[in-house]
Design a protein around this ligand. Structure first.
Ligand code: AMP
Length: 542
């Protein structure tokens, strides 16, 4: 027997229609590539997204055709999010920090028909346009008078000209909620990147989960700043979840330095922000150096790579900002776990509560987790036993775009490539990417633990721990360290700093000082590159 309730497919267009109708005057604030601030409302987003849809019709794009973007967080990108997906095409966000060859490879693999780009990336487009075989129109996200004449790019139009010729009179089509909505390629640190193809259903369900109180807890009373880019996993879904609850949305454009982010937070009374640790480190450095405080910021979600405990403590204790440590991946839309405490934790001491906050957190409804040992059996949730982390749920990838790499699932579970523990309360803690695990004398050493400890030293800006071959122990850890500007610490002092904080055999054998730790296109440390840089390195203990 079927239920007797209305059957509305979960479509992305319903989010923008809801925001326009119920939060029509809710503000959208963007820092533009030109540097100025642009303001308008959710109602305006809806109207201009409909102009985008009409422009795509005028180009003759079919349902399912891909429209690429190479763009910062900003209002025009937001309009494309809704106009492209809402009209049943697929929004393909591309990471502009990749090499031009990789960008061309991805655009060709996705068979993008139109590619929209911020003017910052004009040189990239000039370098690759001739190699992008399927792109028939290039759209520069700028005013008509900002488009240079002699770019050498055929079929180039300014966004404002392109949508300006269209009316906002458009009815969103209604279709199966499992239809593809957007596409994001993984970082591809090994081999070619692979596409995660999200659906309307997965995106809307993910937005529902993201706004729950134990997740991001977003509401209409928030001023929300996604510093996480809209070109990588849809800025953790914030363009959708902000519309779902009618939050004010503040977008930083290209200005990601500590000063610009801080000033935007203050001027727009931002209450909630989301970002990766590397960006927050720049913000904390700026705020610390200038003796500033946050006047409106209440909480921030930090994820994408392990958030150093020192960062969580600085935000909480120095600035009164609650940090939610979160974990996820491109293949998971991306949210999997967030670290919010349970009622039973109220009676714990602050130190005990802090120890929990350092973990990557609990699964949100919709996501299930398990850890699996080398023998293939599920491991206990005791907070100590490590295992390969597997996930399953309705916003988790079932197979890659064009079925690249075959069926990734094992018994319906997606292998994350992370190694983790889960405690009795369901709090998961990542110890490593499986390829970064350091095995010393048959025991695993968590590179994240080593890095977190090193980052607790006031002179250290960034630390990366890797294993080095050792004839007796197989591998021993060393830590590469980049110091804060003007800060000093010796190798011996830093090694001493580890004492009492980690077991003796887990303490790295050496400290290597570097100018900077190599960072990849999504703000994560590139350990492959660091290993290359330290190719000729020899352990001092040998
Ligand atoms: P990506 O798909 O590029 O977003 O990368 C996903 C990977 O980033 C995960 O599989 C983890 O290895 C890593 N990651 C994400 N969030 C965290 C976190 N909070 N702590 C540690 N690693 C993380």
């Amino acid at each position: 027997m079927l239920g007797l309730m209305q059957n509305h497919p979960l479509l992305i267009s319903s989010l923008i229609d809801f925001a326009a109708r119920h939060h029509g005057d809710g503000q959208i604030v963007s820092r533009r590539v030109e540097g100025d601030i642009h303001r308008y409302t959710w109602k305006d987003v809806q109207q201009r997204a409909k102009q985008v849809a009409n422009a795509l019709n005028a180009e003759g794009l079919n349902a399912g055709d891909r429209v690429g973007t190479l763009a910062w967080n900003g209002y025009r990108h937001l309009e494309l999010y809704y106009g492209v997906s809402g009209s049943e095409r697929v929004l393909h966000t591309i990471n502009p920090r990749l090499l031009p060859d990789q960008i061309a490879w991805i655009a060709n693999h996705a068979e993008d028909q139109i590619l929209c780009f911020d003017m910052t990336f004009l040189p990239i487009i000039q370098a690759i346009h001739a190699h992008c075989k399927t792109v028939k129109k290039w759209v520069a996200l700028c005013d008509a008078d900002k488009l240079p004449q002699d770019t050498g790019i055929p079929n180039l139009v300014s966004y404002e000209d392109w949508i300006g010729a269209q009316s906002a009179n458009y009815s969103w089509p209604v279709f199966d909620e499992n239809t593809a909505s957007s596409l994001c390629y993984t970082s591809g640190t090994t081999g070619n990147p692979k596409g995660a193809l999200y659906s309307h259903r997965s995106t809307v369900l993910h937005a529902f989960a993201a706004v729950l109180p134990d997740a991001m807890g977003l509401s209409a009373s928030d001023s929300a700043l996604p510093v996480v880019p809209m070109f990588h996993v849809n800025a953790w879904g914030m363009p959708y979840s902000a519309a779902m609850v009618g939050a004010k949305l503040v977008m930083p454009g290209p200005a990601m330095d500590g000063k610009s982010i801080y000033e935007l937070m203050e001027s727009e009374k931002v209450t909630f922000a989301a970002g990766v640790p590397t960006v927050w480190q720049m913000l904390l450095n700026y705020v610390g150096q200038n003796n500033l405080k946050f006047s409106s910021l209440k909480r921030t979600v930090i994820g994408g790579s392990a958030c150093p405990p020192a960062m969580i403590t600085a935000f909480r204790e120095k600035y009164g900002v609650d940090v939610l440590h979160a974990w996820g991946m491109t293949e998971m839309s991306p949210l999997g776990t967030l670290c919010t405490l349970k009622e039973k934790h109220k009676s714990l001491s602050e130190a005990e509560r802090n120890a929990i906050r350092m973990k990557q957190g609990r699964a949100i409804y919709g996501v299930d987790l398990k850890i699996v040992g080398a023998d293939g059996t599920e491991q206990p949730w005791d907070g100590a036993t490590y295992g390969d982390l597997y996930v399953t749920g309705p916003w988790i990838l079932a197979s890659y775009f064009k079925n690249e790499g075959g069926d990734p699932l094992e018994d319906g579970w997606f292998p994350t490539g992370d190694v983790a523990t889960i405690d009795a309360d369901g709090f998961m803690q990542i110890t490593d990417r499986s390829k970064d695990v350091i095995k010393s004398g048959g025991e695993w050493i968590s590179s994240i633990d080593v890095e977190n400890t090193a980052m607790g030293h006031p002179a250290v800006a960034m630390a990366a721990c890797i294993g080095m071959p050792h004839p007796k122990w197989d591998e021993r850890p060393i830590v590469a360290v980049a110091l804060k500007p003007g800060a000093e610490v010796s190798r011996e002092e830093l090694l001493k700093f580890f004492e009492g904080k980690m077991a003796k055999w887990q303490i790295p054998d050496d400290v290597v000082f570097v100018d900077s730790i190599p960072i990849g296109a999504t703000g994560k440390m590139l350990k492959t590159k660091l290993r290359e840089q330290l190719r000729d390195y020899k352990l001092p203990t040998l």
